[in-house]
Design a protein around this ligand. Sequence first.
Ligand SMILES: Cc1cc2nc3c(=O)[nH]c(=O)nc-3n(C[C@H](O)[C@H](O)[C@H](O)COP(=O)(O)O)c2cc1C
Length: 287
Amino acid sequence: MEYKDLISRIKSVRNYKKDAISSEVIQKIESYFTKSKKLIKDIETEAMIKNKDEVYDKLKNIAGYNEKMIDAPHYLIFLSEEKDHYIENTGYVVQDIMLKAFELGVGSCWITIHDTDVIKKKLNIKSKKKLTALIALGFDKNKKKVLYENTSEYNPTKAQVSIVEDNVSERPRISDVVYMNKWGENADPDEIANLGLLEAFFYARLAPSTKNRQPWRFIYDNGTVILAVRKDPSINGYESKIDTGIVMLYFELIVDGTLFDIDWKFGKPSKEYEIPSDYSIVAYCTV
Ligand SMILES: Cc1cc2nc3c(=O)[nH]c(=O)nc-3n(C[C@H](O)[C@H](O)[C@H](O)COP(=O)(O)O)c2cc1C
């Protein structure tokens, strides 16, 4: 896949045409389920695509921001074995499937889920695995993505309002999300470019996140990239872990495509970084 191109153009689709996706395209997406990238290879997963009549009415006041279910012609349902970091793995795998769908012309949107066992029961899914993602799928009715670069200080409230109400995708500058050596030292893009990491951070910053809160910050320290994620009171652990898995995918896709393969490790490196109490270090990798 041409990941850079796909990542720059993909956006959350909330307004779908009524048209169903052809069975050939559905099959192509389904056949990608087994080929998709995986963050943790030994976690067994399962995915299925269901039609609107099997899903929408059943989840109408249950799933989505403020229980506002997205009306789409199809839904992707993803299930996973419950092992360490299975939710981050879900974010990573499912976003890769969404990129594949987008390459095939199919729009998508994550739908927030709370009590996943209730959803599984409502959808009459018998699998023993945990339902870990619900995604709307179909053809986009709206105009193309408009990407606004934040020129002022990063302002999560502004970002939330603009994205959810106007369907635009605002993102902070690279220097606002990447720190050099220690927390708060905004990175100079020229320095990042010299390290060969400018593109990786440029595209990682485009990762979708719950309520577009863009919770990720990176510290580059002497060949190690440390990923920290903000804890927001309005966001539950599930959403935060999905956001983490997605940004890990985006960063890795670009580094793997331009430099060499990286291997994310969960947890903190041995060195202590003094980060604010509302953030926690979730993973790191050597670049
Ligand atoms: C875990 C997760 C849950 C989300 N849940 C919803 C949702 O329930 N309803 C919705 O309209 N958008 C949802 N979104 C989409 C985000 O709001 C969207 O990705 C973000 O605003 C950035 O916009 P973009 O994807 O167009 O770049 C969710 C995104 C993620 C990653």
